[in-house]
Design a protein around this ligand. Sequence first.
Ligand SMILES: [Zn+2]
Ligand SMILES: [Zn+2]
Length: 176
Amino acid sequence: MQQNPYGEDPVRLIVDLAAVPPRSPEEFADRCVKAGMAIDRPVGEADLAELLAFIPRWLAVVDAETPRQRAAELNELLTMSSSHPRLTDHADGGWHIHYRDDDLGLAGVVRAVVSVGTALHLTGRGMDRLSRCALAECGRAYGDFTRAGRQRYCSHACANRDAVRRFRARRAERSG
Ligand SMILES: [Zn+2]
Ligand SMILES: [Zn+2]
């Protein structure tokens, strides 16, 4: 996965992994490949365990209550997970920047890509562009990539479900 300037793909990847964590190393690898990552070494239980430990750390960035707290949480992830930038042209992808060491397993790569991607997303689009779905029984984390930046739900499905519920509540009030 090449990091675009706004970190959108890595944020989408971690939103997906956090919503439904993979149950096996194979599933973890599959989902990363579908997200556009190149896998260049075997993926094992240690990678899965490392990812499952990382997800709550990333969710702490989502749940931070102020921009300053959000920055502090993310700075910790960057310290733990990323390294000095370097140019690379592995995997025939053309020259691009890695913010990590060369010899990491999949979980290490995901941690680096997601930490840097989240930093690009928040600084590029706004520090408030991570949140939890407003539908009470969902509560999934999402990244807001919209132009206006007023997204409140993780998906159209949740937005629709809440709209139907509010409509029914109003109708019940009128007829009650
Ligand atoms: Zn690369
Ligand atoms: Zn939702």
